[in-house]
Design a binder for this molecule. Structure first.
Ligand SMILES: Nc1ncnc2c1ncn2[C@@H]1O[C@H](COP(=O)(O)OP(=O)(O)OP(=O)(O)O)[C@@H](O)[C@H]1O
Ligand SMILES: [Mg+2]
Length: 316
């Protein structure tokens, strides 16, 4: 069963010319990270806020675990859905521990239950447990963002809604947070709806990308397909798919690699997370048309050939 099902969801704000969300249907499966990508005002936040009932749809329905969200008690919906916003939304007058325990306390957990959970989540997000008693203002922006994610995870929700969570963060911290999110995702198997403006971030994180324009879905597909076969000019322009080198730099080795064929050629190797642009330059500089892909232990796990790169760049 799909974790989230949206069925022809419409949001028409009073006095607006057209609906902010204009009949969107989609499903999100267990453990899937879906990125909502599109220009400012296309309805990303509005769609997200209807999933956790901060906004009511004008029409259409949303189901979580098969139940229409209006049939789920509000506290239960809060437990099942964690929410992270761009400005972190931490309560300034509350300590880090109290912030993280927001939902557990709403759910009336005993201190003996939520307090160890706070330490567990700080550790998960690579923050020292000594931060418990600090106030948000005593943390850097990136640290506050980690606390925001810890808070969203506190009651072990099945679903995370993340609205440009890394938008205000510098590039280096942002890359670290992206990696942590992917690790958390792989370990905890959350179903995540993640809003961003940033194409690179979308391609890096998403299992599937939903490209939105003016309240409608332009394309809903895995990153590779979005880059190689953009549904229309709007998607192609948004992704910047018209530039060959840009496309190569947007795609990763693990998105095109073939199975390990049992031979090792002794030349330079690639990592699954390397870009195809890196793969091409490695091929050119080593004068080899096939390179092995290796895991963290250096064990071969696949191969990438020049032909695969050619196919990947010609499909559009
Ligand atoms: N509470 C509201 N009342 C009236 N109109 C609203 C309200 N919230 C959003 N809108 C309008 O609905 C449209 C979609 O807004 P939304 O916030 O969903 O966009 P977004 O895709 O999240 O944009 P951004 O990337 O800038 O955050 C916009 O035209 C916006 O002006
Ligand atoms: Mg928004």
């Amino acid at each position: 069963m799909s974790v989230i099902v949206a069925d022809k969801v419409v949001k028409q704000y009073a006095n607006a010319e057209r609906p902010a969300v204009d009949g969107i249907s989609f499903t999100a499966e267990e453990g899937e990270l879906i990125v909502l990508l599109g220009p400012s005002g296309c309805g990303k936040t509005t769609l997200l806020k209807m999933v956790n009932r901060l906004y009511e749809p004008t029409s259409g329905q949303i189901f979580v675990d098969g139940t229409e969200i209006h049939d789920i008690p509000a506290t239960e919906l809060r437990r099942r859905i964690g929410y992270v916003i761009q400005a972190t939304g931490l309560f300034p007058h509350m300590t880090i521990a109290e912030n993280i325990a927001t939902v557990p306390k709403l759910l009336k957990w005993e201190r003996s239950r939520w307090s160890p959970r706070v330490d567990e989540l700080l550790t998960l997000m690579h923050l020292p447990t000594e931060y418990r008693d600090r106030y948000p203002v005593q943390l850097s922006g990136g640290e506050q963002q980690r606390v925001g994610i810890a808070r969203a995870l506190a009651a072990d929700p099945k679903i995370l809604l993340m609205d440009e969570p890394f938008g205000a963060i510098d590039a280096i911290t942002r890359a670290a947070l992206q990696k942590e999110l992917r690790d958390v995702q792989q370990r905890l198997k959350k179903t995540i709806l993640f809003v961003t403006h940033d194409v690179e971030e979308a391609l890096l994180l998403a299992d599937r990308i939903m490209v939105l324009r003016a309240g409608r879905v332009e394309q809903f597909a895995p990153p590779l397909e979005i880059v190689l076969s953009p549904a229309n000019d709007f998607v192609a322009q948004l992704i910047g798919a018209d530039d060959l080198f840009r496309r190569l730099s947007l795609l990763r080795v693990d998105q095109v690699q073939g199975p390990y064929d049992g031979t090792t050629n002794g030349g330079p190797t690639l990592r699954p997370s390397d870009s195809l642009r890196h793969a091409l330059s490695t091929m050119l500089s080593s004068d080899r048309q096939t390179l092995s892909v290796v895991d963290e232990q250096g064990q071969p796990i696949g191969v990438v050939s020049y032909d695969q790169l050619r196919t990947a760049t010609q499909n559009a």
